[in-house]
Design a protein around this ligand. Structure first.
Ligand code: ADP
Length: 162
C-alpha cells in the first residue's frame, strides 16, 4: 500500500525525516508531496525544497520514497497518483485543530481518502521549519533540528557562508 506525506518542507527538518522514515517502514511506497505554496512566502523555491528532500532521503538511505511537487487540491493530487492514504505528523495539541479540519475537508471531497496521524517523536516534537528559520536569522545553532546538509543549504541561501 502507498501513502502520501504532504507538506511545505521549507526546509525539511529532522522531525519531518523521522515521519518519512517511520512511514517508509510501514508502507510499500511513500510519496512526499511538496506543496507549491502560493500564499506562504517560502525561503526555498519549490525546486530547491524538492532537491533538498531528495538529498535527505538519499542520506537516510531510504529507497521506497519518491518526492513529487504538487499544486492545487490534495484530493486531486492523490487521485492522480492513485493513492487514498495521507500521513500527517502531530506535534502538539495546537496542530490538532487545523489537522482535524483538513482531514475532514479532504474526506468530504473524497470519501475514500483516509488521513492517518503519527505522533511526533518526543525528540523532535518542538521543531518546526519556521522556528529553524527564525533561529538561524539570529545566528543560533540549528544543528539539533536539521541535518548538516540542510544547515549548509540554509547558510548558503542566507549568504552566511559561500
Ligand atoms: P504544512 O505547511 O503543510 O504544515 P510542514 O512542512 O510544516 O507543512 O509540515 C508537514 C507535516 O509534517 C505536517 O503534518 C506537520 O504537522 C508535520 N511536522 C512538521 N514538523 C514536524 C516534527 N518536528 N515532527 C513531526 N511532524 C512534523
Amino acid at each position: 500500500m502507498k501513502i502520501i506525506y504532504p507538506g511545505s518542507f521549507d526546509p525539511v527538518t529532522k522531525g519531518h525525516m523521522d515521519i518519512i522514515k517511520r512511514i517508509s517502514e510501514k508502507f510499500d511506497e511513500v510519496i512526499v508531496a511538496c506543496l507549491v505554496n502560493s500564499e506562504k512566502q517560502t525561503m526555498f523555491s519549490l525546486e530547491e525544497r524538492v532537491s533538498i528532500l531528495n538529498e535527505e532521503i538519499e542520506n537516510y538511505k531510504i529507497t521506497n520514497v519518491e518526492v513529487k511537487a504538487f499544486e492545487g487540491l490534495l484530493v486531486d493530487f492523490a487521485a492522480s497518483v492513485g493513492c487514498t492514504m495521507i500521513a500527517r505528523g502531530l506535534r502538539a495539541i495546537s496542530d490538532y485543530e487545523y489537522e482535524w479540519q483538513i482531514a475532514h475537508i479532504n474526506s468530504s471531497l473524497n470519501n475514500d481518502l483516509e488521513t492517518i496521524f503519527l505522533v511526533a517523536n518526543s525528540k523532535y516534537s518542538y521543531i518546526s521549519s519556521s522556528i529553524v528559520k527564525e533561529i538561524i536569522r539570529y545566528d543560533g545553532d540549528i544543528s539539533n533540528f536539521v541535518s548538516e546538509n540542510v544547515e549548509l543549504r540554509i547558510k548558503k541561501k542566507l549568504k552566511i557562508i559561500q
